[in-house]
Write a protein that binds this ligand. Structure first.
Ligand code: ATP
Length: 280
């Protein structure tokens, strides 16, 4: 067992949930049209109505003529065929496309998990391929949060401990953990479910814990691969409402993939991928 694992935190040891979770319905009422219909009874903290504050100048991501091929059985498969895109600070950008069109392949490269065969990806103006492995790992750890379809929560740890774990791994000083975990759990509307383990939570709640976990270390960019894929439409709308909210309250930028046409209307920009290229 890893050294930093410890017994579950008891509720009385942790901070009491603040009033922001209870104030959620006011926030939900201000949500985007699609979520407004579906957010009945969902507890979310109050949204910050003004525009995203200072988030740095220029695009957070610039993708130039990116190609990706994979070797397959003596030949190769050409998956991405000249991708160009730009993501600006504070945007919610969606990549839509059929299964196998190349969305996950691109998302992995945006997060520095994989490298283009040719072309450039710049994160805040810095070309990822110019960074050595250590620097790329550091950038991923500090500036990028990932959310995958399978919630990637550790089943034996409570929601609280799952979120705290990401702070430990990011090297955040221990004295900040309690406040930050509480804040993130409230931000995703789970201020009253902090000490449940994943199996005691619904799919939508687990996905929201995964969001809290991914944003706890204050990344600038959140990458999410089909974050609503396993959820019904109401739970999917809850996740999207949380995304819109954290863009404002945490000054984050989000890039996500989806198959789901019903959630596209909350995006600031949609890129449609067909067979490794953007169309439209
Ligand atoms: N490491 C790899 N080696 C070989 N082929 C790969 C590799 N990774 C992805 N592919 C192929 O690239 C294509 C695109 O896959 P990708 O996972 O990016 O699609 P997607 O649009 O995300 O699909 P889905 O919506 O089903 O997740 C697929 O045909 C897949 O088999």
């Amino acid at each position: 067992m890893m050294r930093w694992l410890r017994k579950p935190v008891q509720p009385e040891e942790a901070a009491a949930p603040s009033e922001t979770a209870a104030a959620g319905e006011a926030g939900a009422a201000e949500a985007e049209p699609i979520t407004e219909k579906l957010l009945d009874g969902v507890s979310l903290p109050e949204r910050v109505p003004n525009e995203v504050q200072e988030m740095g100048k220029g695009p957070i991501l610039t993708v130039r003529e990116v190609h990706r091929t994979f070797p397959v059985g003596g030949g190769e498969i050409h998956v991405l065929k000249g991708i160009n895109m730009e993501v600006n600070p504070g945007q919610l950008v969606m990549l839509k496309g059929r299964s196998g069109s190349g969305k996950t392949t691109l998302l992995n490269m945006l997060g520095g998990l994989d490298q283009p065969s040719s072309g450039d990806i710049l994160f805040r103006g810095q070309a990822l391929h110019q960074l050595n492995d250590d620097k790329r790992t550091l950038l991923r750890r500090n500036d990028i949060g990932f959310i995958f379809q399978a919630y990637a929560l550790l089943p034996l740890l409570s929601a609280w401990e799952n979120v705290e774990l990401s702070l430990r791994m990011a090297g955040v000083p221990p004295q900040e953990w309690k406040r930050r975990v509480t804040h993130c759990m409230e931000l995703v509307g789970l201020g009253k479910r902090m000490f449940h383990r994943p199996f005691e939570l619904s799919g939508g709640e687990q996905q929201r814990v995964a969001i809290a976990k991914a944003i706890a270390h204050r990344p600038k960019l959140l990458l999410a691969d089909e974050p609503t894929a396993n959820l019904d439409s109401q739970m999917g709308a809850q996740v999207m409402a949380v995304f819109k909210n954290i863009i404002h309250t945490e000054q984050m930028t989000i890039c996500m993939t989806t198959h789901d046409p019903t959630i596209l209307e909350v995006a600031d920009h949609v890129y449609e991928m067909v067979d490794g290229k953007f169309i439209g």
